[in-house]
Structures are given as structure tokens and as C-alpha cells.
Design a protein around this ligand. Structure first.
Ligand code: FES
Ligand code: FES
Length: 153
């Protein structure tokens, strides 16, 4: 049994400590926003925040998340749309949508660390893979999110 804090709630999970966090979230906790893409920390579809940092949950043993605060896309806005999600809607960033939770989580972490990122900052921090090729829309969405967080309407 391991105890995790996910989206602000303490959750007891009957899973081995070496089970990847992604699969604990999806299979044991029915939190399915984090997606499975590659399973080897390459694509970013499974990105969640662990103590505010973007982490590829397919490659993190759940036991290593004990004692941390895990946030998934379901908890990002704390019951409302987060500014990044609002910007994503305004910029019409997704196509099929599969990769987008990972991009949004990575973008939210980037904007916390760097409130006014350049295109290069975005490309460096959001090295996720989108098979639909939404990269330019995602850059637009991140700039829009930066504007919203900076007080623009
Ligand atoms: S599924 Fe985790 S990085 Fe691809
Ligand atoms: S929107 Fe389809 S994979 Fe990115």
C-alpha cells in the first residue's frame, strides 16, 4: 500500500511502489488525463506535476512520488479553467487532442518558472511530441496564456 497526494487529496493505493505513476493514476485512481504515448519518457503525453515540476509519469515509480504533491490536468485549474487551458481554447490549439494534456502541464510549469517565455524557451521546455503537428498553435497558446497570467484580458 502506498499513499499519494493527487490533486490535493490523499489517496491510498494498493499497488507496488515500482509501478509507474502513470499507471497508478490511470488504472488505480481512474485519473485518465495523463496519456500513454511511448512509455520511455520521450513523448511527454504522460506529463504531470510533482511538487510543481513537470515529470513524465510513465517513467517515475509511484513510490518516488510518496510525500510529494502530484497534480494532473484534472487538478490544474482547481475546479476552474486554468489560464493555460483558457488560452488553449482561445488559440484552438488541439487537433486530435491526445497529446495536449501533457503539453498543457508542461506549459503551466514553464510559465511558473518563466512568465514571459520566448519561442525558443517554449521549444526548449515543451519538447513533447504531437503527431498532429500542432506546434505553432501551441506556441501561440503559450504566449496567450502568458498574457492572461500577466493581467491581459
Ligand atoms: S508516455 Fe511518458 S513520455 Fe511518452
Ligand atoms: S493534437 Fe493530435 S497528437 Fe497532438
Amino acid at each position: 500500500m502506498i499513499q499519494l497526494t493527487v490533486n490535493g487529496q490523499k489517496r491510498d493505493v494498493d499497488a507496488p511502489a515500482d509501478k509507474p505513476l502513470l499507471w497508478v493514476l490511470r488504472e488505480d485512481l481512474n485519473i485518465v488525463g495523463p496519456k500513454f504515448g511511448c512509455g520511455v519518457a520521450s513523448c511527454g503525453a504522460c506529463t504531470v506535476h510533482v511538487d510543481g515540476k513537470p515529470v513524465r509519469s510513465c517513467s517515475l515509480p509511484a513510490g518516488e512520488a510518496v510525500g510529494t504533491s502530484v497534480v494532473t490536468i484534472e487538478g490544474l485549474g482547481e475546479g476552474r479553467l486554468h489560464a493555460v487551458q483558457q488560452a488553449w481554447i482561445e488559440a484552438q490549439a488541439p487537433q486530435c487532442g491526445y497529446c495536449q494534456p501533457g503539453f498543457i502541464m508542461a506549459a503551466a510549469a514553464l510559465l511558473t518558472a518563466k512568465p514571459k517565455p520566448t519561442d525558443q524557451d517554449i521549444d526548449d521546455a515543451l519538447n513533447n511530441i504531437c503527431r498532429c503537428g500542432t506546434y505553432s498553435a501551441i506556441r501561440r497558446a503559450v504566449h496567450r496564456a502568458a498574457a492572461i497570467l500577466g493581467g491581459a484580458t
